[in-house]
Ligand binder design. Structure first.
Ligand code: FAD
Length: 317
C-alpha cells in the first residue's frame, strides 16, 4: 500500500510530531521524522502529564481535538506497555468552584471535604495519565514499528525538505518561531522528580490559585512535582528557590512527601502561541506544509486529535 502514497517529512519528534507520524504511517505514507532532539530531551518528555479537562473549555476545534485525544489515550491505556493508564485527578482551587459538567464519558465527582487542607477544594475526574518516561520511548518505538524512519537533524528552513517530500508536517513546538517567524512565547515549567514515598496516595493532584499552580503526579517509577507557568521566561536553568517553593507547596498538600528523595530537577519550555496553528500552507517552491504547533500546556491532551486532523488534511490534498 505504501508504494502508492507520497512520502511525507515530519519535522519534530515531540508528542505532536510522533503522533502525527503514526497516523500518517497508518494511512500508508512512507514517513521520515527529522528532529534536533529526541526522547528524553524534548519538552514532551518533561511534562507530567495527564489529559487536561480544561481543554474542553477552549474553542470548537480545541474541544474536538481534546475529545479525540481522550478517546485515543483511553485506547492506549488498554496496553500497559504504552505508559498510559487511567487515574483520578483531583482538580483543586483556592476559591470555591462548582463541579463542572464535562464530557458525558468522564466520571466527575466532588472531592470529599477534609481530603485536602483549607482552602483547597474541587472535584476529581478519571482521566488518562501519560507516564512520559515510559510513553515517549514507546511512542518512538511505535513509529519505528509502523515503518517510520527517524533522523537526527536540525532543519534550518522548511524548504530544505521540499525536493524530497511533496508534503512536510511542521511539528517543531517552540522551534517553529525560528522556522516560520511566527510570534510565539515560552511558558516555562519547572518540575522535580522524587522517589515515591510508600504512604503517598496514587491519585494525581493539581491545585491552582490566582498566583500559582502546584501539582503532584505519582507515576510508575517516580513522582513528579510542579510547577510553574512563567510566560515569556526562556531560562532553561533550574532555579533552586523555585524548586524549594514547589517542594514546600507539595508537602503542604501531601505530607507523605516530606523528606522524599530528589532524583532530578527539570525545566521545560511549553510552546506558547495565541492558539494552536494547525493549517495548510502552499509554499512557493511547490511543497505543501501542514503546520501543527503551538500547543502550549496541552500537547499531550491534544496530540492525537491534532494528528487525526493532519491525516485528514493530507488525505484531502
Ligand atoms: C512541566 C510541564 C508539564 C506539562 N504537563 C502537561 C499535561 O499535564 N498535559 C498536557 O497535555 N500537556 C502538558 N504539557 C505541555 C506539553 O508537554 C507540550 O504542549 C508538548 O510537549 C508540545 O509538544 P511538541 O511536540 O509540540 O513540542 P516538543 O516536545 O518541544 O517537540 C518539538 C520537536 O521539534 C524539534 N525541533 C524544533 N525545531 C527544530 C528544527 N529546526 N529542526 C529539527 N527539529 C526541530 C525538537 O527537537 C523536538 O523534537 C506540559 C509541559 C511542561 C513543560
Amino acid at each position: 500500500m505504501t508504494q502508492n502514497r507520497p512520502p511525507i517529512g515530519v519535522v519534530g519528534a515531540g508528542v505532536i510530531g510522533l503522533a502525527s507520524a503514526a497516523r500518517l504511517l497508518e494511512q500508508g505514507h512512507p514517513v521520515t521524522v527529522y528532529a534536533r532532539e529526541t526522547t528524553p530531551h524534548t519538552t514532551s518528555d518533561v511534562a507530567g502529564a495527564y489529559w487536561a479537562p480544561g481543554a474542553l473549555f477552549g474553542d470548537e476545534r480545541m474541544h474536538t481535538w481534546a475529545l479525540a485525544g481522550l478517546a485515543a489515550l483511553r485506547q492506549l491505556a488498554g496496553d500497559p506497555a504504552s505508559g498510559v493508564r487511567l487515574n483520578w485527578l483531583n482538580e483543586l482551587t483556592s476559591d470555591p468552584m462548582e463541579t463542572p459538567d464535562l464530557a458525558p464519558a468522564l466520571v466527575v465527582e466532588p472531592v470529599a471535604p477534609g481530603r485536602f487542607p483549607a482552602p483547597w477544594a474541587g472535584f476529581r475526574v478519571r482521566v488518562p495519565q501519560v507516564d512520559t518516561p515510559i510513553y515517549m520511548p514507546w511512542l518512538l518505538r511505535h513509529v519505528l514499528s509502523l515503518g517510520g524512519r527517524v533522523q537526527a537533524r536540525a532543519i534550518e528552513r522548511l524548504d530544505e525538505l521540499a525536493g524530497a517530500y511533496p508534503v512536510i508536517v511542521n511539528c517543531t513546538g517552540l522551534g517553529a518561531q525560528a522556522l516560520t517567524g511566527d510570534p510565539m512565547f515560552p511558558i516555562r515549567g519547572q518540575v522535580i522528580r522524587v522517589r515515591k514515598p510508600p504512604a503517598l496516595s496514587p491519585e494525581m493532584v493539581s491545585a491552582e490559585s490566582p498566583d500559582e499552580i502546584t501539582y503532584i503526579i505519582p507515576r510508575t517509577q517516580d513522582c513528579l512535582l510542579g510547577g510553574t507557568y512563567h510566560y515569556g521566561d526562556a531560562r532553561t536553568k533550574v532555579d533552586p528557590a523555585i524548586a524549594a517553593a514547589i517542594l514546600a507547596r507539595c508537602v503542604a498538600l501531601a505530607p507523605a512527601l516530606a523528606g522524599a528523595a530528589v532524583i532530578e530537577h527539570r525545566v521545560g519550555l511549553r510552546p506558547g502561541r495565541r492558539t494552536v496553528r494547525l493549517a495548510v500552507e502552499q509554499r512557493e517552491r511547490g511543497a505543501t506544509v501542514i503546520h501543527n504547533y503551538g500547543h502550549g500546556a496541552l500537547g499531550h491532551t491534544l496530540a492525537w486529535g491534532c494528528a487525526a486532523e493532519v491525516a485528514a488534511l493530507v488525505a484531502s490534498l
